[in-house]
Design a binder for this molecule. Structure first.
Ligand SMILES: Nc1ncnc2c1ncn2[C@@H]1O[C@H](COP(=O)(O)OP(=O)(O)O)[C@@H](O)[C@H]1O
Ligand SMILES: [Mg+2]
Length: 592
């Protein structure tokens, strides 16, 4: 026989994806073997059912023996009951495997996402990541669950049926064998079409998720700018494209089933015609004919499943490939093999000719920045928006590494420390407050592992947040809703400050920490923050210059460069940008 034309075209990617999937299957191989044994049972029972048709035909149509008829009648429910038990066990085991392995991959994915550096999240649309997690997991799960069933159980069933047919009548069995290569040829073509359209469909689906998310998050802007129609129009275009992509996919899938059925009917016609003739000529007995027709119908479902196995597997492998490509993403910020401990921070933090460009950007976000943050001192960074202040923070937290130059703490390069260790010593209150869908307590307690309620309460007092928290219905245990939706901007900011306070960090970074507060509470919170300054090293970013005057040193950034640096008095005397900005903000305080 020539090579089976049904062989799918395996790319290296598919083979690699399959190999990795098998690595997930391996720990559960006993269950898989168990399932395979049960599948053998199912195939054997199907064979037995068809075999029963022979004696049944004899008893009913050829020679009537009531005893045997009774036995056969009793055997039917017994055999089908056995089949029920086997089939249930096999479905249970395969669902378990499919679910278990996807559970493990999902967990690996979630864990791996947390190991990746920030650039990954900024370069990929979170909607696409979401689509990956949902769509691909579904496709993979059904491939894991059904492909072994289709391939093992159904090919075994086909083999059993072929054997039964050969025993009944070899010549006619050969006829049935025609189905497989023909079906294979059709499937080879369909499978390739399916793959391409599925891939494109997933991409469009990512865009759609992205739109949903964008609109849901930005609903305030959408509404206040009457942008509904615009958002809907954009969405409709993508939704439409998705529809067409999916229809292209379903046209191929929808054709494969009926086409198989039609091919089957041709073969059935051939069998009926030829065996009818054979029976007339006395070359075939009615019992054989009954077995034969029984086989034909028994083989039909499994063949259809085997046809589907191809596309299910292909979809699963595409999905697995995409999931693995996320798992293969390497964090751009790497941990040293032997990290040095976080230093005592008694010599200071030095930016040594640091330049930085965001990945994929042409322009420098920071250019040749050299400055020292002395231990126990407060350094304030100011400058127009886009001047690189937040970027400075990103580098200090080692969310990115400098493109050029280096950052050291007590002479130790940040790259030589473990990120975990570094970040454990740094408290950040950022420009955008990020709250999780958790209670007040849960959100603040992120600051320190094992924080008690008393710790959290004291941190809330320091952050000037205790008062508003006490007015919440359930106090500390009040759920905050998605991204803290139930709080005002200022309240969110105070919780973020409490979180950093709880951490009791050596190095405190405030990136416009009070920018969302009204003037009154800004003063209160600023005062609270300043109480924390003694004994800590502080990098404070502010756009309201009133808050930076007391800093030990003020650094003015512009276009990523250090423009000026000095104390409030020095900078005023220099009469440069700082002096101009201060005058502009009309906040120049009379000398104390
Ligand atoms: N995630 C990012 N990806 C690419 N470019 C960025 C990113 N964040 C900031 N930038 C760019 O880096 C420059 C400095 O930004 P940033 O440090 O946020 O300024 P600031 O905090 O002073 O307002 C800007 O030109 C900005 O466009
Ligand atoms: Mg900023």
């Amino acid at each position: 026989m020539s090579a089976a034309p049904s062989k799918p075209r395996w790319g290296d990617e598919d083979r690699a994806a399959l190999r990795r999937l098998l690595a997930y299957v391996r720990p559960h191989r006993r269950r898989l073997i168990h399932a395979c044994l049960v599948m053998c049972g199912v195939a054997a029972i199907s064979g037995a059912i068809v075999e029963l048709l022979g004696p049944l035909t004899n008893v009913i149509f050829v020679q009537s023996t009531p005893d045997e008829l009774e036995r056969i009648a009793l055997a039917i429910p017994a055999i089908f009951f056995l089949k029920l038990v086997f089939q249930y066990t096999q479905s249970y085991l395969m669902s378990w495997l499919g679910q278990k392995i996807t559970q493990e991959i999902r967990e690996d994915l979630f864990t791996h996402l947390h190991a990746l550096s920030m650039d990954f999240f900024w370069k990929s649309k979170s909607g696409e990541v979401m689509a990956k997690l949902t769509n691909d997991m579904n496709a993979l799960q059904s491939a894991l669950q059904f492909v072994p069933l289709y391939v093992i159980r159904d090919s075994l069933t086909v083999v059993v049926m072929l054997v039964v047919m050969f025993i009944a009548n070899a010549k006619f069995a050969l006829l049935a064998l025609l189905v497989i290569p023909i079906a294979g040829g059709v499937l080879g073509v369909l499978g390739r079409k399916l793959r391409a359209s599925s891939r494109r469909g997933q991409e469009v689906m990512g865009d759609i998720y992205h739109r949903f998310q964008e609109s849901l998050q930005g609903m305030l802007v959408v509404k206040s700018f009457n942008y509904e129609a615009g958002a809907i129009a954009k969405f409709r275009r993508e939704n439409d494209e998705f529809f067409h992509q999916m229809m292209r996919y379903f046209r191929a899938t929808a054709l494969s089933g009926p086409l198989m059925e039609f091919l089957g009917s041709l073969i059935l016609a051939l069998i009926v015609w030829k065996s009818g003739q054979a029976i007339h000529l006395g070359e075939m007995r009615p019992a054989q004919f009954a077995v034969f027709i029984g086989c034909f119908f028994m083989v039909y479902g499994p063949t259809k499943n085997l046809a589907r196995a191809n596309s299910t597997l292909q979809l699963g492998l595409v999905a697995a490939g995409r999931i693995f490509s996320v798992l293969d993403e390497k964090p751009s910020v790497t941990e040293p093999a032997e990290p040095k401990p976080f230093p005592a921070l008694n010599r200071g933090i030095v930016f040594d000719h640091v330049s930085f460009r965001y990945p994929g950007r042409e322009t420098w976000a920071l250019r040749d920045v050299s400055l020292t943050i002395e231990p126990g001192k407060v350094v304030a960074l100011a400058g127009p928006s886009g001047s690189g202040k937040t970027t400075f923070v990103h580098l200090l937290l080692r969310l990115f590494d400098p493109t050029e130059g280096r950052i050291t703490i007590d002479g130790v390069d940040l790259r030589e420390m473990s990120c975990h260790d570094l970040r454990a010593k740094v408290g950040l209150v950022s420009q955008e407050t990020i709250l999780f869908n958790d209670t007040v307590f849960g959100n603040v307690a992120i600051g320190r592992e094992g924080a008690s309620r008393a710790d959290v309460e004291s941190a809330l007092r320091t952050a000037d947040a205790a008062e508003f928290v006490s007015t919440l219905a359930q106090g500390l245990d009040t759920p905050l809703g998605d991204r803290g939706a139930r709080l005002s901007g200022g309240q969110r900011q105070r919780l973020a400050i409490a979180r950093a306070v709880l951490k009791d960090p050596k190095l405190m970074i405030l990136d416009e920490a009070t920018s969302n507060l009204d003037t009154g509470s800004e003063r209160a919170v600023q005062a609270a923050l300043e109480r924390l300054f003694p004994g800590r090293t502080v990098a404070m970013i502010a756009h309201r210059l009133s808050t930076v005057q007391k800093a030990d040193r003020i650094v003015i950034l512009r276009n990523g460069r250090v423009e000026e640096s000095g104390t409030h008095a020095e900078l005023l005397a220099d009469n440069g940008v700082y002096a101009t900005l201060t005058r502009y903000q009309q906040l120049e305080a009379p000398p104390a």
